[in-house]
Design a protein around this ligand. Structure first.
Ligand code: NDP
Length: 286
């Protein structure tokens, strides 16, 4: 019973079948719209708090009447932009997210409902922008960390996008009845496994390096955010780093969950896939 409560029992609960041509998809709405939007608003509120020099006096927040950009950390601004862009990217490429684990496989239970509204919104925003807004000494002198962190973030975001869209484009091409003998990845004929179950597993391009190479972008970009929120002469960034530890544990655990599910689904074909693409995450390492 606890497992049903925690993980959920319905995969894609929908409402208003009688009145809507396309029923309202509760999980898709819950996963994306309110939580991700509130996350952006929370980040922007922390930036405003820095701008107006807000601080606590006893139990009361006190802010200046006039703002000062000198008090706003470049690192926090970059992270606020990065988070906004991540969510913009989600909305822009939404069809690509409809094939991810959250939507296709996870059930709609406490883990997703609390995760998206009760945890993600507040922790993801506090871990970077919130943390910087609470620092006593404004974090506006960490130029080297800011530049290095921004470069790491841009690399991670780019890798995240190109890897995930490659699989999505491949699966969409098949779903639309495309002829795979004509399909090219990086200018070469596509390589894949046509499983007995009926699905196709891509083994070309990024997907020839490792079975979850698409996780590396996310795992990398959070390190860039943490670095941009740190600097010499400031306290050790325990809070931003706590996010990295949490995210790495969550994503790697997710990777193992996905592998177990695929192994059970594809049976001998998954073994064939493991033989062709032997690495889980990083080629020649893991
Ligand atoms: P994927 O998008 O990698 O989807 C996994 C599914 O894709 C598998 O279950 C399988 O489904 C199919 N698949 C696996 N290998 C192949 C292949 N070679 N070719 C074609 N299809 C394949 O996983 P996630 O949903 O976990 O992650 C998507 C992205 O979202 C990642 O970049 C991850 O880091 C990110 N993410 C970010 C989070 C955040 O909080 N910021 C949270 C969670 C994820 P099927 O049964 O259809 O074959």
């Amino acid at each position: 019973m606890f497992n049903d409560f925690f993980m959920g029992v319905a995969r894609n609960p929908r409402l208003f079948h009688r009145w809507l041509t396309v029923p309202f998809d509760v999980k898709r709405f819950w996963n994306a719209r309110p939580g991700l939007t509130l996350w952006v608003i929370a980040n922007q509120s922390y930036i405003a708090a820095m701008y107006f020099g807000c601080h606590m006096e006893g139990h009361n927040p006190v802010c200046s009447e006039t703002g000062d950009w000198g008090k706003v950390s470049m690192g926090a601004l970059m992270v606020a932009f990065a988070h906004w862009y991540y969510i913009f990217d989600y909305n822009w490429n939404e069809p690509a997210y409809l094939t991810t684990t959250d939507i296709r496989h996870d059930l709609f239970g406490w883990m997703l409902t609390y995760g998206d509204w009760g945890f993600l919104v507040w922790y993801y925003s506090f871990a970077f922008c919130g943390y910087v807004s609470f620092l006593e000494k404004p974090l506006n002198d960490n130029h080297a960390c800011f530049i290095a962190g921004t470069c790491i973030y841009i690399f991670g975001m780019w890798l995240f996008r190109v890897t995930n869209i490659q699989k999505h484009n491949f699966r969409t091409y098949i779903a639309q009845g495309g002829d795979l003998s004509q399909y090219k990845v990086w200018g070469k004929p596509v390589e894949y496994i046509h499983t007995e179950e009926g699905s196709y597993l891509l083994t070309s391009g990024w997907w020839s390096y490792a079975r979850h190479f698409n996780y590396i972008g996310d795992l990398t970009m959070c390190l860039g955010w943490a670095l941009a929120c740190a600097g010499p002469g400031h306290i050790f960034p325990f809070v931003p780093l706590s996010y990295c530890v949490y995210f790495w544990m969550m994503d790697i655990h997710r990777m193992f969950r996905d592998e177990n599910r695929c192994r059970a689904k594809y049976k001998a074909d998954w073994k064939k896939y493991e033989a062709l693409v032997p690495w889980r995450l990083v080629p020649n390492v893991f």
